[in-house]
Design a protein around this ligand. Structure first.
Ligand SMILES: [Zn+2]
Length: 493
């Protein structure tokens, strides 16, 4: 059995100001051929599951082709998408014919022309290989799943954890099903149900209610006779596309009615508890007062509107500006601001500097804030964290950094690259003790939890403005379905 594997991973925040250009994609890849095996086989990523499944099956020869991957940012340019699509298709065409194809797609990729970029690529792959070659796809749990993204595939499944710790497992399951299709052992049919419903990012954790219970329902349904796989997609509300929202997908062995019944059952159960899927972020001023008056420290304030992992620029100043206005002191606060880093480097350690920091990428994340203080540290921004971190990352590079101790007693860490605050080593490497900081501002939603939850006296998720704001009602959509909950509260399903 000759099986091709290839992929394209991008979560496109269509509200984010920086487009995902061809240069950005090429700067971070693609990986091809055996490079792809070397890089991913030991990881927990989707491709690792495909590789593992093939290695466990003596009949399968897996041919790694090409994989494009880029951090979440704005809409993909047309040039980037067309180049990526044509390179993927060319690799498939040159290496064929195939007995099956395994695709690693994110499911929330949107380009300037194709808002359903994953569906577009999948359809092109289907046209190339023809109707008879089984195609398996594993999507990220943030996928906005369209009918196209299912119809052109033979088997689709989706991660069932957030933070995502099961991509390898889900991809393995998908690949194993595809191998059984090639052998003629099963005939998968799929049903997709997409109620008009978006889940707030603050409610997406699958170890917390209500997602925990909903995922348990999906796993229970997957164990019923005749059922091959059951998935839930949480969707990605920061993409202004028609298919934005939650999705429920069941795969059965040649039993379309059973698939339909399960997908509807899950969608209905979720719709019934939709009020629990709404956000509960706290206003900035209230959170700052609460942090300033707290008896135990540090209090970690999560800047949800500047969630760098969701495509934002890491230079939002709303929290720092509010702290100045309210007279709240003792913040640790990072900002991506290479120009200010350069000014600090010119001034040198120990020098007094007056700077306008942050708020420079766009007009969604606050204005530059004036600070005055002492340059306390300068370094190259490289640090390592062997402890628990989001995604299991270990090596970090924030670019050249400067730490400024301001006259009003904040620690402002200026970086040259956009970074979320997902490692306590960020502070330690800058000479700060995270356990004695009164207030730590962490840009992110779920990603700072692994490092900060164990040491925080309290974590507060903030209703900060920005292109990843928890207040999804404030996002200016043109393409999403209407009516839809929670935007239109009387939406029906
Ligand atoms: Zn995701």
């Amino acid at each position: 059995m000759r099986v091709a594997t290839l992929g394209f991973h991008h979560e496109s925040n269509t509200f984010a100001p920086v487009s995902a250009s061809l240069e950005q994609f090429l700067a971070s890849g693609p990986d091809q051929g055996n490079e792809l095996i070397a890089k991913y086989s030991e990881s927990q990523a989707t491709l690792a599951g495909f590789i593992e499944a093939a290695a466990a099956d003596a009949d399968v020869e897996l041919v790694p082709l090409l994989y494009f991957d880029l951090n979440p940012m704005g809409t993909i340019t047309s040039e980037a998408l067309e180049t990526i699509a044509s390179r993927l298709l060319a690799a498939l065409d040159e290496g064929g014919p195939w007995d099956a194809v395994l695709l690693a797609l994110h499911g929330a990729a949107a380009s300037e022309v194709h808002r359903d970029a994953d569906g577009e690529i999948l359809e092109r792959v289907r046209r190339l290989v023809g109707a008879d070659v089984p195609i398996g796809v594993t999507y990220d749990m943030h996928a906005n799943v369209s009918n196209r993204m299912v119809d052109a595939a033979t088997v689709v499944n989706i991660y069932l954890t957030n933070p995502h710790v099961d991509p390898r497992l889900r991809a393995r399951q998908c690949a194993d099903l595809i191998f059984r299709v090639v052998r003629g052992e099963i005939h998968p049919v799929m049903a997709l149900e997409t109620p008009p419903l978006a889940v707030n990012i603050l409610r997406q954790g699958t170890s917390d209610s209500p997602m925990k219970e909903l995922c348990a329902l999906a796993n229970e349904a997957a164990s019923r006779p005749g059922v091959l796989s059951v998935s839930i997609a949480e969707g990605f509300p920061y993409a202004d596309v028609e298919e934005m929202g939650m999705a429920f997908l069941a795969v059965t062995d040649d039993d379309p009615e059973l698939a339909r019944e399960i997908a509807r059952e899950l969608a209905r159960a979720t719709w019934e508890i939709r009020a629990e899927l709404e956000g509960n972020a706290v206003d900035i001023d209230i959170a700052l007062h609460r942090a300033a008056e707290a008896e135990a420290h540090p209090v970690v304030l999560l800047d949800v509107g500047d969630n760098v992992g969701g495509g934002s620029p890491a230079d939002s100043t709303y929290v720092l500006a509010a702290a100045q206005r309210l007279g709240v002191t003792g913040l640790f606060h990072s900002l991506c601001d290479p120009a200010s880093v350069a000014l600090c480097a010119d001034a040198g350690v120990g020098a007094t500097v007056e700077l306008d920091v942050g708020g420079k990428t766009d007009d969604l994340h606050g204005k530059p804030v004036a600070i005055r203080g002492t340059v306390q540290m300068l370094d190259d921004g490289k640090f390592e964290d062997a402890g628990p971190t989001h995604g299991g990352f270990r090596f970090y590079d924030a670019g050249p950094r400067a730490l400024v101790h301001t006259d009003d007693d904040h620690m402002v860490l200026l970086t040259s690259k956009p970074r979320g605050n997902t490692s306590r080593q960020e502070l330690i490497s800058a000479g700060l003790d995270p356990t004695t900081q009164p207030i730590i501002v962490a840009k992110g939603v779920h990603s700072p939890r692994a490092t900060y939850e164990p040491l925080a006296a309290e974590m507060i998720w903030l209703n900060t403005p920005g292109c990843t704001s928890a207040d999804i009602n404030a996002l200016n959509y043109s393409h999403r379905r209407r009516p839809m909950f929670p935007y239109e509260r009387d939406a029906e399903y």
